[in-house]
Design a protein around this ligand. Structure first.
Ligand code: 5AD
Ligand code: FES
Length: 337
C-alpha cells in the first residue's frame, strides 16, 4: 500500500478494516511471534520537568530511588536465567548515570549475557556519549519524540524543543544503533492531524522500534485535570504506524494494559509484536509511577512473562525468547536521515 492508500484506510474505513490490514502486514513480517524485553527502571530521579510525567523533577510526592550497580546486575542475571535476550535500561535523566557509569554497566551486562541485546533509554546525550556507549556494547537506544507538534512539544516538555529531540535521533543513527522512538496519544492540545503527523514522522525517520501509549493524566502533575482520551486512538495509531513501517518492532505498551485490561492484547491484534515485562525489583516498582494505575506492581517480571504467555494466545500469537532485532535493521535498510 502506498502512503495515500494507507491514509485513506486510516481516515475513511471502519476500525476493523484498518486493524485487520495492520495485523496482516505484521504477520507477513514477524509471523505470530511476540518478542519479550526485560525492562529495568533503574532510576526515577529526573532533572527535567515534563508536564505529563509523574516522576517529573517538581513532583515532591515521589519517593526517589536509584538501583545500585549490584541490583541492576542481579536483575540481569535473573533475567538471563529466565531466558531474556533483551534488557532495556530505562531511567529518568539522573546525573549520577554519567557515560562512564553507563558504559561500565553495559560492559558487565554483555559479560553476563553476550547474546543479549542491551537497550538504553537514558535521555538526550552528547555524540561522544553515544559513541562510547556503542563501543561498550549498547545495541539499541530509545528516545520517544512524544508529540510531533513543535509548539505542543515545547509546552509539554517545559521548554525542550522537538528539534533537539529529532537531532538526537539523527545522531543515534550515525553510531549505528537500532533506533527506537514513539509518542503518546491523547495529549491535551493534540488533534487527529497531530496523530497523523506522528505516524508520518515515524515513517520518515524509518525507526526500528516505535512505542505508542495512551496518555494517562497523573494527579500530581500540571495535567491532572486533562481528559482521559479513549484507548482506541492509541490502537489506531499502532495500526497506522505498522502500515507505514512493516518491519519495525512495535511494543504493546504497559500504558495500554493499564488503561484497559485487554489493552496490550488489542495492540498485539493491531500490528504490535513486542511485550516488555517490567523486571525491576518489586520493592521499587511502585515508585516509577509515570502515570496512575500502572499494572504489575506486585508481580515480578517473571510472573508477568508467565501471565503474558496466556494473554498472547488470545490473539493467536506466541511468545518467543529470540533476541528479536528489527527486520529492517537486519536488512540494513534503515535510512540515515
Ligand atoms: N501517561 C502515559 N505515558 C507517559 N509517559 C510519561 N508520562 C506518561 C503519562 N502520564 C511515557 C512517555 C515516556 C515514557 C517512558 O512514558 O512517552 O517517553
Ligand atoms: Fe504482569 Fe499479567 S503481565 S501480571
Amino acid at each position: 500500500m502506498n502512503a495515500a492508500d494507507i491514509l485513506k484506510l486510516y481516515k475513511n474505513s471502519e476500525n476493523d478494516a484498518l486493524i485487520a490490514a495492520a495485523d496482516e502486514v505484521c504477520r507477513n513480517v514477524y509471523g505470530s511471534k511476540v518478542y519479550l524485553r526485560g525492562l529495568i527502571e533503574f532510576s526515577n530521579i529526573c532533572n527535567i520537568d515534563c508536564l505529563y510525567c509523574g516522576i517529573r523533577k517538581s513532583n515532591k510526592e515521589v519517593k526517589r530511588y536509584r538501583l545500585s550497580e549490584d541490583e541492576i546486575i542481579d536483575t540481569v542475571s535473573s533475567g538471563t536465567k529466565y531466558g531474556f535476550k533483551t534488557f532495556v535500561l530505562q531511567g529518568g535523566e539522573d546525573p549520577y548515570f554519567t557515560t562512564p557509569v553507563l558504559c561500565g554497566l553495559v560492559e558487565k551486562i554483555k559479560k553476563i549475557n553476550p547474546e543479549a541485546a542491551v537497550t538504553l533509554s537514558a535521555g538526550i546525550r552528547s555524540c561522544e556519549s553515544y559513541r562510547l556507549l556503542k563501543e561498550a556494547g549498547c545495541d539499541r537506544y530509545l528516545l520517544r519524540f512524544e508529540t510531533s507538534d513543535p509548539e505542543l512539544h515545547k509546552y509539554l516538555r517545559n521548554g525542550v524543543t522537538l528539534n533537539e529531540r529529532l537531532k538526537a535521533l539523527d545522531n543515534l543513527r550515525k553510531y549505528d544503533y537500532e533506533v527506537g522512538s514513539g509518542f503518546m496519544v491523547g495529549l491535551p492540545g493534540e488533534t487527529e492531524e497531530t496523530r497523523i503527523q506522528n505516524a508520518l514522522l515515524c515513517r520518515d525517520y524509518n525507526f526500528d522500534m516505535v512505542g505508542i501509549g495512551p496518555f494517562i493524566p497523573h494527579p500530581s502533575t500540571p495535567l491532572a485535570d486533562a481528559l482521559q482520551m479513549p484507548l482506541e486512538l492509541a490502537i489506531r495509531s499502532v495500526a497506522l504506524v505498522r502500515l507505514f513501517l512493516p518491519e519495525a518492532n512495535i511494543p504493546a505498551t504497559t500504558a495500554a494494559g493499564s488503561l484497559s485490561s485487554a489493552g496490550r492484547e488489542r495492540m498485539l491484534a493491531a500490528g504490535a509484536n513486542v511485550l516488555m515485562p517490567n523486571i525491576t525489583p518489586v520493592k521499587y516498582k511502585k515508585d516509577y509511577e509515570l502515570y496512575p494505575g500502572k499494572i504489575c506492581l506486585d508481580e515480578s517480571g517473571f510472573e508477568c512473562a508467565g501471565c503474558l504467555e496466556g494473554r498472547v494466545l488470545s490473539v493467536n500469537k506466541f511468545i518467543t525468547y529470540e533476541r528479536g532485532d528489527s527486520a529492517g535493521f537486519l536488512h540494513g535498510k534503515s535510512a540515515v536521515s
